[in-house]
Design a protein around this ligand. Structure first.
Ligand SMILES: Nc1nc2c(ncn2[C@@H]2O[C@H](COP(=O)(O)OP(=O)(O)O)[C@@H](O)[C@H]2O)c(=O)[nH]1
Ligand SMILES: [Mg+2]
Ligand SMILES: [Zn+2]
Length: 312
């Protein structure tokens, strides 16, 4: 093997199967393996990783070698994936009923990973069926008014193709995951967006394999302008990795005004001259959101100390 036939390129790992990492780079897929000395390093390549790899131009059929993993912007455990840019936070309007509380729990968890949320409100058809057109529209507008104002895109869907297409069209360059509690329509959405991927089967085999070491790896599929993970995440929410002092950072509208609080360490609870509380009383910050802040803050404060806290 002569050095001049070796080319270095960067790309993103989109799939990993039995020690092989499939890298998407400059419009092509490459089968790669970590270079030998990787085994001595702690970091294992992960789906979503940006990597530098070597291609042997003299023997293009040979597997390429990953030589470097770029520093990760974030890393999720469920699904096991790095460098997530966006999360579709799926909330159904009915069955299960929409909850501001639960939505804010999800948004906070996602913010904590420095991931941008897009709110997907599902089962609009069922809401109309239950409450009629007028009420359904008003309800959705109420949610929109709160969340769009603070920077979250809100997309309303039912199970029709047109609405699914609107979700696909919204996808920008970057890596997306789907989050949300059970029963809200995550699998339905993924199946419709990725008809070739057989999501349901994947989830079933995943649950059958629980407890064994053969848990299924996540795959990133190209979709719209970006990539989307075929495995939904965060079906249950815990705040075990968030410190109460970090919580306000996970509320964009609080983040935006907290520099105006009298005290630098203001937690926006009982402190005097708090810009957040002023914004709540004049209606600039939603009181629903603020109450959820107080509630999550309290949950974190009550939490038993955990000594082996993870970093993310
Ligand atoms: N009417 C209606 N039903 C939906 C919609 N989205 C999902 N469902 C149904 O809701 C149930 C739960 O969906 P599923 O995708 O399994 O939820 P998951 O647990 O989040 O993966 C299924 O029976 C779906 O057919 C929707 O927009 N409208
Ligand atoms: Mg599901
Ligand atoms: Zn404050």
């Amino acid at each position: 093997m002569t050095t001049h036939s070796i080319k270095q390129q960067t790309g993103m790992i989109y799939q990993s199967i039995s020690g092989f990492y499939y890298v998407w780079s400059e419009g092509k897929s490459y089968t790669t393996k970590p270079r030998g000395n990787f085994r001595h390093q702690k970091t294992k390549p992960l789906v979503g990783d940006q990597v530098l790899f070597e291609i042997d131009l003299a023997n293009e059929a040979s597997d390429s070698r990953i030589i470097e993993i770029e520093e990760r912007k974030n890393q999720l455990v469920r699904p096991n994936i790095a460098n997530v840019d966006y999360a579709f936070v799926v909330m159904s309007l009915v069955e299960p009923n929409f909850s501001y509380n639960l939505l804010d729990y999800f948004l906070v968890s996602v913010e904590h990973h420095h991931i941008q949320s897009i709110i997907l409100l599902t089962k609009y058809d069922l809401l109309v069926e239950e409450k009629g057109d007028e009420h359904a529209q008003a309800f959705v507008e109420e949610i929109r008014a709160i969340y769009q104002k603070i920077g979250y895109e809100v997309i309303v869907i039912d199970d029709t193709e047109a609405k699914i297409q609107a979700v696909i069209d919204s996808i920008k360059e970057g890596v997306y995951v789907v989050m949300g509690q059970s029963g809200v329509g995550k699998s339905t959405l993924l199946n419709r967006m990725l008809p070739g991927a057989d999501i349901e089967t994947a989830e079933i085999s995943d649950s059958l394999n629980r407890g064994r070491h053969t848990t299924r790896e996540v795959t990133l599929y190209p979709l719209g302008e970006g990539f989307i993970a075929d495995t939904p995440g965060f079906s249950a929410i815990e705040f075990e990795n968030i410190e109460k002092e970090e919580l306000a950072e996970c509320f964009p509208e609080m983040r935006a005004v907290s520099h105006l609080c009298k005290f630098r360490s203001c937690q926006h609870l009982n402190e005097p001259q708090c810009a957040v509380k002023e914004a709540v009383s004049d209606g600039t910050i939603s009181s629903i959101r603020y109450q959820n802040y107080e509630q999550i803050y309290e949950k974190i404060a009550q939490r038993k100390p955990v000594y082996n806290r993870k970093n993310n």
